[in-house]
Design a protein around this ligand. Structure first.
Ligand code: GDP
Length: 306
């Protein structure tokens, strides 16, 4: 069974690892958000793409969520010694990935091609596609009137400022990366991972042609990132209002009602099932909390059996 999964960072990676374990090599494709990419310390960081790649090759620091296990932080410490701001942590080996990406892109290679080179070098069998080769950049407008780059909001300011609006600079002109639309169209099943609906899946869905391809697909499953009215982690619950959605599984389901055929809620949210069915989606309740790898494997297998 071929699966194309749309994903952000950690929430997406946990499910992708389970799916990769359950499928035959070549059957899984991940389409990954790049709207939180940024230039840091002179290099192109692509946080979600790298998180997904590291989780899928087994080298991720799964406790921290991002970066490589046992990495060191000498370069960032060196920057600090030079009096530079170092609120964005980046491990030394992780920086090597970003340096490689930056160098290759300076040579004219596309983001999607470099991403493929990295995943092959690290032995990942799942195809990993950045959502676009064009720059899309998330900006968060805060209630106190500031416009922050996404990493400033997320890392420097610890997602504390109240969010008034989220903008995606460049989204209007950005094209899906080569193969993204085909990967959605040709997959037997499309899965929306439990990633942030506003800043991770939101920009993927806004790329021209993506939503139409999903609407035309007859097997699209989404897993709720909201459980018992809260985000499992991260600021999704503090952002959903910008899309006019209630902070609940059914609130998220409403955002996907035009293309989603099956919506998966956590088993603790089973009472929301009837409401979601009314939106025209089949609703399934499962244990969606991926607290460890066996839990990811169980959820992935359940999704494949639906
Ligand atoms: P993203 O994947 O980059 O969007 O970022 P995060 O890893 O922070 O997670 C985004 C969303 O996924 C958040 O709304 C979390 O609530 C949700 N999430 C993270 N882990 C899990 C999980 O194990 N189960 C479920 N159902 N949702 C999760």
């Amino acid at each position: 069974m071929t699966i194309t999964a749309l994903a952000g960072g950690v929430g997406g990676s946990k499910l992708l690892v389970g799916l990769q374990n359950a499928l035959v090599p070549g059957e899984l494709t991940a389409v990954v958000n790049t709207a939180d990419d940024a230039t840091m310390y002179g290099v192109h960081v692509s946080p979600d793409v790298d998180i997904v790649t590291y989780w899928l090759c087994g080298l991720a620091d799964t406790e921290r969520g991002w970066g490589l296990r046992d990495d060191t932080f000498n370069v960032v410490a060196g920057f600090a010694r030079l009096g530079q701001e170092v609120w964005f942590s980046l491990g030394d080996a992780d920086l090597a990935t970003c340096l490689f990406r930056t160098q290759r892109m300076a040579d004219g290679v596309s983001l999607s091609a470099v991403t493929d080179e990295v995943r092959r070098a690290l032995g990942v069998e799942t195809r990993i596609m950045p959502m676009s080769d064009d720059a899309v950049r998330t900006r968060v407008v805060t209630e106190d009137g500031r416009t922050l780059e996404f990493q400033e909001y997320f890392v420097k300011e610890h997602q504390e400022p109240a969010v008034k609006e989220v903008r995606f600079a460049g989204i209007g002109d950005a094209k899906p990366a080569p193969g993204v639309i085909e990967a959605i169209r040709d997959a037997d099943r499309v899965i929306l991972c439990p990633s942030n609906p506003v800043v991770s899946l939101g920009p993927i869905l806004m790329l021209s042609g993506v939503r139409d391809a999903l609407r035309e697909h007859n097997d699209v499953i989404a897993v709720s990132p909201i459980v018992r009215g809260r985000a499992v982690k991260g600021p999704a619950d503090k952002m959903l209002h910008v899309l006019g959605a209630e902070v609940s599984a059914s609130g998220v389901a409403g955002l996907y009602r035009d293309f989603c055929t099956t919506f998966v809620v956590d088993e603790t949210d089973i009472e929301e099932a009837a409401l979601i069915e009314q939106l025209g989606m089949k609703t399934v309740a499962l244990d969606t909390i991926m607290r460890d790898l066996p839990a990811s494997d169980r959820l992935a297998r359940s999704l494949l059996e639906l």
